[in-house]
Design a protein around this ligand. Structure first.
Ligand SMILES: Nc1ncnc2c1ncn2[C@@H]1O[C@H](COP(=O)(O)OP(=O)(O)OP(=O)(O)O)[C@@H](O)[C@H]1O
Length: 582
């Protein structure tokens, strides 16, 4: 039977089969190929996709011998789905699946995608009024000749309800955000209510600090309304409702009171959360999405930022003409996206490597890694036997311990950022758990021992009372009051009693996912074998861009090439449909 073959091959799991068989029985659909399509639509969500493209799915299922499976012939398969009582094509209510432009969705996800598309397009057709003379004067005042893309981004965010500020680390996104807000505040009208938000507590804390630092460099009159802004998580902004992750206090009938909402790290925002956010924003409020579309996307389905950045978009003559009149129209703007490409913070081989990974140029990546340079090291033999890795890990953690024993909390935290060991996996010989045990062995300490000065910590759940967030990293230090666990929050320190920490792990290695949003002086990356499904371009790019000054990659050439050549193909309809008129 068709479904059994896909189950045996490991393409489908029990949950996919269960949902498909349930909707099959409820709707009276007995055709196995349609049930297979439904199971694949459920599976797609597990893989981060919003829908499944039945015409190409046989080629995108990343398992061995997928081609040998009894895939239905695409045209007949689509036809069977289109006729199925499970599937709505034209909005027939009460059907659990939806077929649109050859893509099969669970209906809820289609509705969310459709809502995002409609609202983005509507907001583009009715742009905000702006005082162009004032805008030009403020752009001239706040941006010099070397910052032309940041200037363009500020102009676009003034002239459009929704804008996207994309760029890799150190390309000046936060600097641009602070100046953008200064430009918006100088436009005529009442005082602006501004909200800053990010998908995680840790990212929100970083955004608060980064905006504060960037605002400090602004002229006095601009600084006042920006420097004290506090970012919150998106869940907090929307008003978490107990017991539910997707229903919020603010929604279409009770919108957020803000005039400008800036969302950082927006590559990590899922389709569902983005749909809720856009629903809750007044049509006459500005949304500025900031992020790096090359990075790992949300754990849940959807890659809305990446979709908007890659979508074709509709012409906006009014916007282009306004941009020309403020001297910024050096390119055609689609969907309000401005990508910053000048790297202000790091350069050299690391920047060249990041660019080659983004382009998907595996030869250049391998060449740069092998070429060495001062910043890059490629260890193609066994990672465990790499003396350089062991020495660096041990030296950096001993330096942390020495500062911690002397009660130098800031020094210990600084040493902790000098090197980070990253893994793709959590488990197995290439995973965090295995490497945590190995590093503890190198150090000669128990992996899960008592709190001792120098023990590095990773927080694994938000603790609002203590002011700690999932992903925060810190260290146990000696203090006059006994042992304290300290964490950096910008220039400030958060200090709590070690007994207060319920959700903390030893920080000897972390996953690339968890490291998203942080940077370290040097990074060592343990790559899994090429057969690992986690090995993707986004994962590799995210790891590479965590390093400020040096990167050591431990793995095979095959693993590097596989990663670089395998972009995560998250299926969605948004990318195509944004360019189609409403
Ligand atoms: N126009 C500019 N002129 C001079 N320096 C700049 C400019 N824009 C940014 N910088 C500097 O470049 C560095 C990185 O900028 P910023 O923090 O804004 O980048 P980012 O894209 O937000 O980085 P990340 O994503 O890594 O946090 C900062 O030190 C900032 O002062």
């Amino acid at each position: 039977m068709t479904l059994t073959a896909f189950d045996t091959a490991g393409v489908l799991d029990l949950a996919d089969l269960h949902v498909a068989s349930r909707i099959g029985s409820l709707t009276g659909e007995t055709d196995e190929t349609v049930r297979l399509a439904a199971a694949l639509a459920v599976r797609a969500l597990r893989m981060g996709s919003v829908c499944v493209d039945l015409a190409t799915v046989s080629g995108t299922v990343a398992i061995l011998d997928a081609g040998e499976l009894p895939w239905p012939e695409p045209a007949a398969w689509l036809d069977a789905c289109a006729r199925s009582p499970m599937v709505s094509r034209d909005g027939t209510p009460g059907r659990p699946l939806r077929l649109a432009n050859g893509l099969l969705y669970l209906d809820r996800y289609w509705r969310e995608e459709e809502s995002i598309r409609r609202q983005l397009q509507q907001r583009a057709t009715d742009p905000p009024a702006a005082d162009l003379t004032r805008l030009r004067a403020d752009l001239d005042r706040l941006f010099d000749a070397s910052s032309c893309r940041q200037r363009l981004a500020a102009a676009v965010s003034t002239l459009r309800w929704v804008s996207v500020l994309a760029g890799g680390p150190g390309t000046g996104k936060t600097t641009a955000v602070a100046r953008m807000l200064a430009v918006l505040r100088a436009q005529p009208g009442g005082p602006l209510r501004i909200a800053l938000a990010a998908p995680t507590g840790k990212a929100a804390a970083r955004l608060t600090e980064a905006v504060r630092e960037a605002a400090a460099a602004l002229p006095d009159a601009d600084r006042a309304g920006i420097i004290g802004l506090q970012a919150s998580t998106l869940h907090r902004l929307l008003g978490r409702q107990p017991g539910t992750r997707t229903r919020f206090r603010h929604h279409r009938a009770h919108r957020l009171p803000y005039d400008v909402i800036v969302v950082d790290e927006s590559s990590m925002v899922s389709l569902t959360l983005m749909a809720r956010l856009i629903d809750a924003i007044r049509p006459d409020a500005r949304l500025i999405l900031v992020g790096d579309p090359g990075q790992l996307a949300s754990v849940e389905a959807g890659a809305v930022l990446g979709d908007i950045v890659a979508a074709p978009g509709l012409p906006e003559p009014e916007l282009q003409s306004a941009l020309t009149s403020v001297d910024t129209a050096d390119s055609v703007i689609t969907n309000g996206v401005v990508t910053l490409d000048r790297i202000w913070r790091f350069g050299g081989d690391l920047a060249a490597l990041a660019a080659a990974v983004r382009r998907g140029d595996a030869d250049a990546v391998v060449g740069l890694l092998r070429g060495g340079g001062g910043q890059l090291e490629f260890v193609e033999t066994s990672a465990v036997e790499c003396a350089g890795l062991r020495e660096e890990v041990v030296d950096s953690l001993r330096a942390v311990a020495a500062a911690a024993a002397e009660g130098d909390a800031a020094g210990a935290l600084r040493c902790l950022e000098t090197h980070r060991l990253l893994c793709a996996h959590r488990r197995g010989p290439f995973g965090v758990a295995w490497w945590t045990a190995e590093v503890a062995r190198w150090l000669g300490v128990p992996e899960w021992g008592d709190a001792v000065p120098g023990r590095p910590l990773l927080i694994t759940a938000n603790d609002y009372e203590a002011g700690l967030f999932n992903g925060d990293t810190g260290v146990i230090v000696q203090s006059p009051d006994g042992l304290r666990a300290v964490f950096a929050r910008g220039e400030e320190l958060v200090s709590v009693s070690p007994s207060r920490l319920s959700q903390a792990q030893p920080l000897y290695a972390v996953t690339v996912h968890r490291s998203q949003g942080s940077q370290f002086e040097r990074v060592s990356l343990i790559l899994p074998p090429a057969s690992s499904p986690l090995l993707t371009r986004e994962l590799f790019y995210t790891a590479v861009t965590r390093a400020k000054n040096g990167l050591r990659v431990l793995g095979t050439e095959e693993a590097v090439r596989t990663a670089v050549e395998r972009p995560i193909a998250r299926a969605s309809g948004l990318r195509e449909s944004l360019g189609v008129p409403v």
